[in-house]
Design a protein around this ligand. Structure first.
Ligand SMILES: NC(=O)c1ccc[n+]([C@@H]2O[C@H](COP(=O)([O-])OP(=O)(O)OC[C@H]3O[C@@H](n4cnc5c(N)ncnc54)[C@H](OP(=O)(O)O)[C@@H]3O)[C@@H](O)[C@H]2O)c1
Length: 282
């Protein structure tokens, strides 16, 4: 039940965000902790009184423990915690990785704890300087029925939107999340670098291109965003596409294969969406 005492172990980007969101929502967060004692110095004032450097005390205080450590440290942390007691009945342990299931918490589950996954489908890159709001975050959840309904309630209490991740499709779920969260940033960074390398900057400012990005984003929730492509890719304009390839070859040759693959991908996604080829072959 989400009225039970809670603790956050792992005070990185998501751990800090979650701890503060729990407090904001009036939930009973009683302790925060981290492997690194120095993490205490970086805590926001309101979390200071909740700090404990002693894992034993953490588990004495709380019944719900969020393991918000790095993905590759979840299993080891769970095993270390599991070894503190022979019986974890009455405890709930939750991790927040979208890439892994409950198996990482098996050592605790075997000793009686309830376990689950509570994955925020959002990015929290810098909670101290540029905090991202948790409100509106979709939460992907994997848990047995009882805990699933508690985690749904928790997500709603945080102002989020809960949904169940089909456990067998977890890899595809996480693939889409990582692709959508990161690929646009790679393309944006490439665009900025091309502007610098070409010498267009400072006369042509990056902000001008941001208008195009906003237009693309405005179609993100359309059922078929590929229909909103514009420009030479959609017009059979081989000459312009060749000019782009040549310019890219001079400015950032490593990106030429990516450009060619994007053109090909645009074609195949368009075909899949409409059953028609997009402007023929380029
Ligand atoms: N940040 C996001 O946008 C986001 C979004 C969705 C899901 N998540 C999930 O949230 C979890 C935490 O990610 P994060 O982005 O917050 O990571 P992070 O900022 O890199 O923080 C990682 C945390 O893991 C701890 N840690 C690192 N190595 C450890 C070890 N060997 N043993 C114990 N603790 C260790 C660190 O402890 P110290 O403080 O002691 O250094 C730190 O508290 C991950 O499962 C991630 O997949 C994050």
């Amino acid at each position: 039940m989400i009225t039970e005492s809670m603790a956050v172990f792992g005070l990185g980007r998501w751990g800090l965000t979650l701890a503060q969101a729990l407090l904001d929502a009036g939930l009973p967060l009683v302790a925060v902790s981290s492997k690194r004692p120095r993490a205490k110095q970086e805590l926001p004032d309101r979390l200071w009184p909740l700090w404990t450097g002693d894992t034993q005390r953490l588990v004495e205080r709380a019944r719900w423990i969020f393991l918000t450590v790095r993905d590759d440290a979840i299993e080891l942390t769970a095993r270390r915690l599991a070894s503190l007691r022979t019986d974890w009945t009455g405890y709930t342990f939750v991790h927040s990785s979208g890439a892994h299931g409950r198996e990482l918490l098996e050592a605790l589950h075997r000793r009686g704890a309830q376990t689950g996954v509570f994955h925020p489908l959002n990015a929290f890159p810098d909670p101290l300087r540029h905090p991202t709001k948790v409100t509106g975050t979709p939460f992907g959840i994997i848990a047995d029925a009882d805990l699933q309904s508690d985690l749904f309630e928790l997500a709603e209490k945080l102002g989020g939107r809960p949904f169940a991740i089909p456990a067998a499709l977890r890899s595809a779920y996480h693939l889409v999340a990582v692709l959508v969260a990161n690929a646009p940033l790679v393309l944006i960074s490439l665009g900025r670098e091309l502007l610098r390398r070409s010498g267009l900057e400072p006369d042509v400012r990056w902000e001008y291109y941001a208008v195009l990005l906003q237009s693309a984003l405005s179609h993100a929730t359309d059922p078929e965003p590929i229909l909103y492509l514009t420009g030479p890719w959609t017009r059979r304009d081989r000459t312009t596409v060749r000019q782009h390839r040549d310019a890219l070859q001079g400015l950032y040759p490593e990106a030429v294969p990516l450009y060619e693959q994007l053109v090909a991908l645009a074609q195949s996604l368009y075909l899949a969406a409409t059953g028609q080829p997009m402007g023929g072959e380029i």
